[in-house]
Design a protein around this ligand. Structure first.
Ligand SMILES: [Zn+2]
Ligand SMILES: [Zn+2]
Length: 269
């Protein structure tokens, strides 16, 4: 399985001289296994994946959404395959959410928020909802989901192929001193897990209720689940390269196989 990180920033795309190393695009990961491809989330990183896809000749693509907050859907209207009449783009949502994916995108892509709407896409766009607990296969890739605490609802996603497992767990808020046992079970012994590491433990109390977690909680969950590699993901927008390098150093002291994910990183598991 190959993972391509097109966007690793949380909440808001960023671009300053202090965001060069880790990048500033919001959540988007290409999950590849043989010829199969599934995209996790449509943050601003999706625009780059779309440009690459437009050159491959692929005519069908599947995007799985963790949830529908703006930083996870803002790349969608800039995704070139949506403007190709020969393309089929399937948009997948999972489990119970406050709003359906269709209704969330329809209200985001409407005036006065946005100039074009869902009807302006020329591709065959299909909305596919999977009931809570239902898994789905895309060629060699098997995708399952787990609800995680987040305002409006969110789901962690797991990709399995060729006996390798990748867990994508963002966005979620933890409860102090009460590790999410369901998530630990979902992450159990996977080859790679990435997690919502928006904050540091020292910042967590004053951001209570904002829906996000800390890199230290991510490391604790990864240790409890015995994951082979742990990726720090969904960086707070104003985290500079220097701050993220410091977090990476401290995370490695707790868990040597941890690292900070960065835009355009590719990992084979
Ligand atoms: Zn987010
Ligand atoms: Zn969110």
């Amino acid at each position: 399985m190959k993972l391509v990180f097109w966007g690793t920033r949380g909440s808001l795309p960023m671009n300053t001289p202090n965001h060069r190393l880790f990048g500033g695009n919001t959540s988007c990961i290409g999950v590849h296994a043989s010829d199969s491809l599934v995209i996790f989330d449509a943050g601003s990183g999706l625009i780059h994946l779309g440009s690459e896809l437009a050159q491959t000749g692929r005519k069908e693509v599947d995007i799985c959404f963790s949830h529908f907050h703006s930083d996870h859907i803002c790349g969608l209207p800039f995704f070139k395959p949506l403007f190709d009449a020969d393309m089929t783009v399937r948009l997948h949502s999972f489990g119970d959410n406050e709003t359906s994916l269709h209704d969330a995108l329809d209200s985001y892509l409407s005036r006065p928020i946005f100039p074009i709407g869902l009807n302006d896409f020329t591709a065959d766009v299909q909305f596919i909802h999977h009931a809570e607990g239902e898994s789905v296969d895309f060629g060699d890739l098997h995708i399952s989901s787990l609800p995680i605490p987040h305002p409006g609802g969110a789901h962690a996603l797991k990709a399995t192929a060729h006996d390798k497992n990748f867990v994508y767990a963002t966005d979620t808020e933890h409860t102090k001193d009460a590790p999410n046992q369901e998530l630990i079970g979902f992450m159990q012994a996977v080859d790679l897990a990435v997690y919502d590491c928006t904050y540091d433990d020292s910042e967590f109390e004053e951001r209570h209720g904002w829906g996000h977690s800390t890199w230290q909680e991510g490391v604790r969950l990864a240790q409890a689940a015995g994951v082979a590699q742990f990726g720090i993901f969904h960086h707070e927008p104003e985290r500079s390269d220097e701050m993220l390098l410091d977090i990476e150093t401290r995370a490695k002291q707790m868990l040597p196989n941890s690292f900070v994910t960065r835009d355009f990183m590719q990992i084979e598991i």
